[in-house]
Ligand binder design. Sequence first.
Ligand code: ACO
Length: 323
Amino acid sequence: MNAVITAVGGYVPPSILDNKKISKTVDTSEQWIEKRTGIKERRIADDDTAVSDLASGAITNLIENYEVDPQEIEVLILATATPDHMLAPAASLVCEKSNLQNAFGLDINAACSGFLYALELAGCLIESGRYKKVMVAGADKMSSLVDYEDRSTCILFGDGAGAVLLEASESDFGLLKSILHTDGSGTSSLLVPAGGSKIPAGMQSLLHRDHYIKQDGAYVFKKAVAAMSSVSGEVLTSCGFSTDDIDWVIPHQANLRIIEAVGSNLNIDKSRIKINIQKYGNTTSATIPLCLWDFKDDFKTGENLLVTTFGAGFSWGAACIKW
Ligand code: ACO
């Protein structure tokens, strides 16, 4: 039994934060941001919108456009690094808001790799034969973790959500193979230090601004390029593919220069790489499903997609999907 993507949905909040607005609040310029990251603008959710609202926006969009019966969904896997609450799972709220009354739901957090990790788990559930319809959503409200006084991070992130429906199929389409990696020694290079069990939220963490995202940007950049390039090679080899067999590359959208460097390492022309970072910035768990949603009309049945990502943890991976 194979797991095939049969429907795609997306949602971004309406409010736009462009480079011009950012350059009025921190010491940067529109040109610097666009040149160093490729980002022109990002979407920011309002105070009343939590990640469960973003995810259910994407799922509702999918359900309406593809006329899916929400009662038939058996599992919801929500990839997010910004759940509504530290405890209870955001997936419970998403099941309620999206009317997935017969599904059990769970959150997973693998930062920017969350969606690919969730896709692999969903694929295994379907391949086991025990489940036939699994919803996978990637959603993040990164504006809740971003320090808008830190010019090296506030330029990068945005809010959004995407979702795909995986269904059991006896065809040879769908999720062909994915390879995922984790290296915890990278944790200190990219994290939100406080708010978890190591440094619970408190006055000290607020004073140190430790409830915001911190990173060694240049180091993360280098690691991302190397890891996404090598894991893409691994998954291609394990599928018996060369880059010529790949019709489209869907990379995690963190920085246009990371995407271009990975494309160049893989020797894949930019015309075959899907890029929407200019509109949304880095939406963490949502970049890949948002890209699938934005470009779904370009993918023809039977085409091969290479999806690759890198994020906090460090966590990274790649997958080949026959559309
Ligand atoms: N505007 C102007 N100058 C800036 C800004 C800014 N917004 N941000 C940093 N700078 C300055 C630095 O202070 C530094 O100045 P200095 O030379 O006087 O010390 C200079 O620019 C160069 O700094 P670098 O960090 O080397 O700049 P770089 O070109 O690497 O760009 C960036 C920084 C955009 C953060 C880049 O490193 C990056 O994108 N890294 C990847 C991080 C990332 O993607 N994190 C997200 C999660 S992980 C993931 O999704 C893969």
